[in-house]
Design a protein around this ligand. Sequence first.
Ligand code: C2E
Ligand code: MG
Ligand code: MG
Ligand code: MG
Length: 280
Amino acid sequence: QVKRDSRNGFRFFTREMQAHSVRTLTLANALRTAQERGQLSLMYQPQLCLHTDQVIGAEALLRWHHPQLGMVPPAEFIPIAESTGLIVDIGHWVMCEAAAQASRWRRDGLPPLSIAVNLSAVQFRNPRLSDRVAQVLDEAGLPAEALELELTEATTMEDPQKAVLIIDQLSARGVAMSIDDFGTGHSSLSYLKRFRVGRLKIDRSFVRDITEDAEDKAIVAAIIQLANNLGMTTIAEGVETAGQLDFLREQGCDAAQGYFFSRPLSASDFERYLSATLMR
Ligand code: C2E
Ligand code: MG
Ligand code: MG
Ligand code: MG
């Protein structure tokens, strides 16, 4: 059997791929109604400042719990949401939900946190993005600088010239921006300096072996230097050990998130985590 693939021309359609595509179709179909059925939720992973050891923000991470299929990992359903276009509505819901939560935390007197939301390339390309973001902030009553949009390096490099303009539009609204999974894409340094983003997120793949691997050490040190020289800050993702944290601190990394501090938490667990850190 042969399947037409728009990007790669013709490909053999194996039994394994067929099973895979049945699951993909099932997920795509179920994803259409996931939000209205209350199957989507957000988890919040604390982000810590390495200069003050304070929690400075949280990354909102989408979760999908399907009654029959169980927890479907974002790595599996986000690509499906993107290819079906469902990501536009789902991503909008994520932004609204995260902004509303951050706003409630402010009203409840928690220290002012910034909330980071992952933005898919499909959302990024949407010409109404910046209006939508403004509307979301307005409805939530959240100051723009409390929202950070995470764009992956791959998203920005798809069409870097256009990305410069979109980023300018968004930053004119006052929202913060960061480049996620930095180091895994193919950044053009000449564009990087034109992106008005506040920080680079050092990808987990470089952090993992940072205590043993000389090359990863060199890459992470170089990313931190580069960011600082371009007037950006850095946050490391996937920090799991004290050893990794020590190295990052030594190199002057500004912030970190990872299992060493906390896994992504429900909103109420995040509140408990935050109060515990305030008592330290
Ligand atoms: P990401 O934005 O790079 O998010 C970080 C991922 O690393 C999260 O996985 C998080 O749970 C995981 N992580 C955090 N600390 C550690 C650690 O110490 N060790 C390890 N092994 N993992 C850690 P998650 O939640 O499964 O999300 C995976 C990806 O899915 C995200 O990568 C992001 O690209 C995407 N994603 C998640 N939520 C959304 C969303 O609302 N919208 C969009 N467009 N993408 C999302
Ligand atoms: Mg992210
Ligand atoms: Mg990331
Ligand atoms: Mg990553």
